[in-house]
Design a protein around this ligand. Sequence first.
Ligand SMILES: Nc1nc2c(c(=O)[nH]1)N[C@H]1C(S)=C(S)[C@@H](COP(=O)(O)O)O[C@H]1N2
Ligand SMILES: [Mo]
Length: 254
Amino acid sequence: MSLLLPRRAILTGGLTGGAGLLLSGCDRIARQPTARKILFAGEDMQKGLQRALTDRGALAPEYRRDQMSPIFRTNGTRNPGTPEYAALAAARFADWRLQVGGLVGTPLSLSLAQIGQMPARRQITRHDCVEGWSAIGEWMGPMLGTVLQAAAIRSRARYVVFTCADLYGDQPYYESIDLVDAFHPQTILAWGMNGHMLDIGHGAPLRLRVERQLGYKHAKYLMRIDAVDSLSGIGAGKGGYWEDHVDYDWYAGI
Ligand SMILES: Nc1nc2c(c(=O)[nH]1)N[C@H]1C(S)=C(S)[C@@H](COP(=O)(O)O)O[C@H]1N2
Ligand SMILES: [Mo]
């Protein structure tokens, strides 16, 4: 329970309005890696560490409806196209279940309806792809932290691994984040986008939104979520499909 974020404040919109506007000029400068290095050079270790932790917890900017992109492109897999996924989609995901396991006290198997009944956050954020495009869209779904808590995530857990329905070769797309991002209030399991149920192109029936990081971290077509204490047993050990195959950074902070 100690990890529970101030959900009431979030759900009533206390944090949703114009978080981006609250950033001071100093914060903006501190976000740039080179500036950050210079700033940190003059600080003692303790202060620098504290600062880094604060930075990780900060909110990504949120936008107004009228700032949303008229077109939000799709990227990576646009349809998993496997017989299994086709069958799930044909039944409008009535038979789909999200498995939550690994280092948890209570493994869960959640239907889309169950996830839809959980308190949802709505956020209009900017998606930044490493390939150089971005788009502003509205996302809706429960906080990942709520689901991890419902599963009674164990204190030994350090990371959360996502396994997807789409295959690259014979391997599902996979990604991982640490617990700071997993319990960040804007890290949600989105079932809604731009006022509709998530479509297949954007990751139906459920995709991750981890708003402080680049697009490839936002795993679409979620099938499993596992809490783990190490990433060494996942794929080649770097924590994600692109990290393992083309050396993308595991921590892709924006
Ligand atoms: N399962 C899965 N998730 C994925 C990908 C993918 O190929 N498969 N591509 C990633 C990349 S690189 C980006 S930019 C975003 C694209 O999300 P979108 O299609 O909703 O724009 O999904 C990310 N999540
Ligand atoms: Mo991307």
